[in-house]
Design a protein around this ligand. Structure first.
Ligand code: HXC
Length: 508
């Protein structure tokens, strides 16, 4: 018996060594942790239960029969994050560059299916070069199986991908179907094909960074939802995110005891909005002052900064915050902002996380670039996402709510449950100056000044909308937190459903 136990321990130790000491050293030299070190940081101490440590690939071509590593380049299993179960797979770059063999795929599929069955989130840590080239079509088949499981799990369990090394091919398409993608600055890259293939096909010389670094995906393409300084920060922040999320669409989001007074007033908000409507202010200041303990997990903070999305708690209850940011492009809705917020709203709706929307929006971005880029369809994504959402929706208009953007930003007309405005709100088809220049285009500049004042007096306030019931109340800025908390309490029992359909046809 003792002999068998010793043998087991030796086998385990061999598996733990992955691609061997030399490759582990190389991994560390690049500033990256190993697959197992990452899992240890992600999960509660001692909670990891590993599956399939002894699985090996079955390929024989290209001398592969002689190159077998137990575990075959991916560490899989489950554990807990602050006591709640999550499933995890962590690609081991030290074994064939983390590439995917048929056996490797089977290991991932096992945890994907288990997570779906159990109703627990799945977290994938990616550091891998795509299909195992030596395995050919078996590897492609493995990816397709994984993509299918990703798709079936979408909207049922949260799926989080962290890109922690150079990732290509299937190792970017699986994350792309998941809910959130995070990257690690300067050590992670995402591309469908790497720089070498780019050079062969297009004769273009490009660096890993310029092709798929965090500056590309977390700032320009919007493919990634954020980037962290290093592996340690990435794992810590994913733990923080998981704390806001329900384990599946069968569970409610986790409510925590809040040490922040539910009825807390914030007098400084009464002077947040400048007297000059063209002067910006920081919408993040409002968010941080209103939510529990100023704790806000922002999604895509460096992409489409004209809209802010993220998770927070109000009275202990997780909420999704969407807010126009007047500090960037005056908070206008453009293609990127619409795409970013639509995806966030849909995630919250799928997982029953109430939406709190702060509105200060001058409209949709005009111009040929936006129109040629399909602003109509992309803007409609956000409209559609808000309109179909059945979760509790609370909206606060702080200043501008102009034109179509007023309708889009969780207005009463698309089933906003509680729609409030600050006294500084201006709800109109457009700004006063633009409006009078169109309807009184033949008048003199002096006459236009008078007309503008008249238009402003008539429409640039919240009371016309309030008189029609489109706004439920005009509230004091300092009482915003109190009104939202009370609103959320009153909406706890909300039931609302959409007509039966196979699925909708969101303007993709
Ligand atoms: C087998 C691979 C591999 C792969 C890397 N390795 N990628 N082995 N299949 N796909 C191995 C290397 O041989 C090497 O082995 C070790 O991993 C480390 O690789 P390096 O190239 O030395 O590392 P680095 O310089 O950091 O470059 C990493 C990389 C590069 C950018 C990922 O290896 C690369 O470009 N790989 C190929 C990427 C690719 O085109 N994959 C196919 C995508 S198509 P040793 O023994 O030296 O340690 C795909 C199909 C699915 O995925 C698509 C579905 C939509």
């Amino acid at each position: 018996m003792k002999q068998i136990l010793k043998q087991l321990e030796t086998m385990r130790e061999t598996a733990r060594q992955g691609g061997g000491a030399r490759r582990i050293e190389a991994q560390h030299a690049k500033g990256k942790l190993t697959a197992r070190e990452r899992v240890d940081l992600l999960l509660d101490e001692g909670s990891f239960e590993e599956f399939d440590m002894f699985v090996e690939h079955r390929a024989t071509d290209f001398g592969m029969a002689e190159q077998k590593v137990p575990g075959d380049g991916v560490v899989t299993g489950w554990g807990t994050i602050n006591g709640r179960t999550v499933f995890v797979f962590s690609k081991d770059f030290t074994v064939f560059g983390g590439s995917l063999s048929s056996a490797h795929a089977q290991k991932i599929l096992k945890v994907q299916r288990q997570a779906l069955k159990m109703g627990a989130p799945i977290i994938g840590l990616f550091d891998a070069g795509g299909a195992r080239i030596q395995e050919g079509v078996d590897s492609l088949a493995g990816y397709a199986d994984i993509f299918l499981e990703n798709t079936l799990a979408s909207g049922v369990i949260p799926q989080i991908a962290v890109i922690m090394g150079p990732c290509a091919g299937g190792d970017v398409y699986s994350p792309a179907i998941m809910d959130f993608i995070f990257m690690v600055k300067d050590t992670s890259y995402m591309y469908v094909t790497g720089p070498d293939v780019v050079k062969t096909v297009t004769h273009e010389d490009v660096t890993h960074e310029d092709l798929g670094g965090y500056r590309v995906h977390a700032m320009k393409s919007g493919v990634a939802d954020g980037a962290f300084e290093n592996d340690l920060e990435a794992m810590t922040q994913v733990r923080r995110l998981v704390d806001f999320l329900p384990t599946s669409n069968r569970e409610r989001p986790p409510v925590r005891v809040s040490f922040d007074e539910a009825e807390r007033e914030e007098p400084s908000l009464d002077t947040l909005v400048p007297a000059n409507p063209n002067k910006p202010y920081d919408m993040k200041e409002l968010i941080l002052k209103v939510v529990d303990e100023a704790d806000f997990f922002e999604i895509s903070p460096d992409f489409a900064k004209n809209i802010i999305c993220g998770f927070a708690r109000m009275d202990g209850q997780p909420v999704g915050i969407v807010a126009n940011q007047p500090q960037v492009l005056a908070g206008v809705l453009d293609i990127d902002a619409s795409r970013k917020a639509a995806r966030f709203v849909r995630f919250c709706d799928a997982f029953e996380i109430p939406l709190v929307t702060f509105v200060d929006v001058p409209g949709f971005m005009p111009g040929t670039r936006q129109e040629q880029g399909g602003l109509i369809r992309h803007g409609a994504k956000l409209l559609f996402a808000y309109a179909e959402a059945t979760v509790p929706k609370i909206t606060i208009i702080t200043r501008k709510a102009y034109g179509g953007a007023y309708d889009v930003m969780s207005s009463k007309h698309i089933r906003g449950d509680l729609n409030y405005a600050w006294p500084t709100a201006e709800i109109a088809v457009m700004g006063s100056k633009g409006a009078v220049e169109i309807i009184f285009r033949n008048q003199t500049p002096e006459e236009l000044v008078a007309r503008e004042a008249e238009y402003k007096e008539r429409f640039a306030n919240p009371f016309v909308a309030a008189a029609r019931g489109y706004i439920d109340d005009v509230i004091m800025p300092h009482g915003t937190r109190r009104r939202i908390v009370r609103g959320l309490r009153s909406l706890k029992g909300k039931t609302l459903s959409n007509p039966w359909k196979k699925h909708d046809n969101i303007p993709l």
